[in-house]
Design a protein around this ligand. Structure first.
Ligand code: UD1
Length: 355
């Protein structure tokens, strides 16, 4: 069985790491990795392949992210079409909700190559954010839909897409579980942070960072928070560019800002932090895996089971401080995203279907 796996952005390298390891256990399965080039900075890409012990992609495209959505997705489609025609796989694996996922999904489906969507069924409503559009469109056209949670499965059951549905659990929990002994706990000390006494923050989504007034308001608030509890903030390149462009550098002078870091470093920081502030889909769950409450800087989230169970909280710039400093005790119900064997289940299903 021949598989082409398409990755391009940071969270996809992490998900692919655990799936490729499972595929590689079988000599009758061959996998070719294509990197669309959506994330290209060393800290956003190369670093992950090294530390997650992944083979280098056979193809690396010049997908450069600074382009508009249409241009980026379009260029990826042109390049991916040639590769899929050339490789002629039995299956294309797609991850998550990025422009790379969408480009791969459209091209493979039109070439009548079967597709599997890992992390299917996530819905955050409203529909006008790029990630929500990407995940909905890819779920519509995929043949195998692997859901990370019961809620994701229920979302898809309602939609009546034609692909086959499976609840496998979340591959991000698998990798967390497998690599937990290698998380870098030293990084906290290097950054001068005290165990249990700092907030870990990440923020890169377009609606939070692309408009000056919004970004300024959020950074002002974070600045205030950092006077009460240290905030460490690995800054995504999108946000770094905007901070510079809008002349907001003075607002981050009290925040412990660092360049983007790898998975093992980030997980090291989550383990020892007090709480998390984030707009990242992945970190919302990784905070939960680590037993930390996360303030989610979004209007809505695809991981709403964590909100319903009062593990995470949706926040905006007005209520962020109040929720962050609230005394409410979080109860971490285990098992929401499976048992750490999602990749094994996915590969078993694919073997039953194709071999
Ligand atoms: C993308 C995904 C998002 C995912 C996130 C993880 C889409 C629509 N969004 O958002 O779902 O949560 O990745 O990080 O696909 N840039 C660099 N260097 C890089 C990568 C990006 O400078 O290595 C810059 C680009 O030039 C661009 C900006 O960051 O200006 C945005 O990159 P893009 O890939 O569009 O979106 P992300 O915000 O990373």
């Amino acid at each position: 069985m021949k598989i082409v796996s398409i990755v391009g952005a940071r969270p996809q390298f992490i998900k692919e790491a655990v799936v490729q390891r499972e595929i590689r256990k079988y000599s009758d399965m061959q996998e070719i990795i294509v990197h669309t080039g959506q994330h290209y900075d060393k800290n956003m890409s190369e670093l992950f392949f090294g530390e997650l012990e992944m083979p280098h992609p056979k193809y690396v495209l010049e997908g450069r992210a600074s382009r508009s959505h249409g241009e980026m997705t379009g260029q990826m489609m042109i390049d991916l079409e040639k590769i899929i025609q050339e490789e002629n796989p039995d299956l294309v694996i797609l991850y998550g909700d990025t422009n790379s996922t969408l480009a791969g999904g459209i091209v493979a489906s039109k070439l009548k190559v079967k597709t599997a969507h890992i992390e299917a069924g996530i819905r955050s409503f409203p529909k006008d954010i790029p990630e929500e559009m990407n995940r909905m469109m890819v779920d519509c056209i995929s043949n195998y839909l692997f859901c990370p949670s019961d809620l994701a499965l229920r979302n898809l059951e309602r939609e009546n897409n034609y692909g086959k549905l499976y609840m496998t659990g979340d591959v991000m929990y698998d990798i967390f579980f497998h690599l937990r002994d290698r998380f870098n706990r030293e990084i906290r000390k290097t950054l001068g942070l005290e165990k249990g006494n700092y907030v870990l923050m990440t923020m890169h989504r377009d609606f939070n960072v692309d408009r000056k007034e919004i970004l300024e308001e959020i950074l002002l608030e974070i600045n205030k928070i950092s006077k009460e509890v240290p905030v460490v903030y690995p800054v995504h390149p999108r946000t770094a560019k905007k901070i510079k462009e809008f002349g907001l550098k003075k607002l981050i002078s009290d925040i412990n800002t660092i360049p983007p870091i790898g998975y093992l470093d980030l997980m090291g920081l989550v383990q020892d932090c007090w709480k998390v502030i984030t707009d990242s889909g992945g970190l919302q769950k990784e905070a939960y895996f680590s037993g930390k409450m996360a303030c989610v800087l979004l209007e809505d989230t695809g991981w709403s089971e964590l909100i319903d169970k009062k593990i995470n909280y949706l926040v905006n710039v007005k209520n962020l401080r109040e929720i962050l400093f609230s005394k409410e005790v979080t109860v971490f119900e285990p098992g929401i995203y499976g048992d750490g064997k999602a990749a094994e289940k996915i590969v078993d299903i694919l073997r039953t279907e194709f071999l």
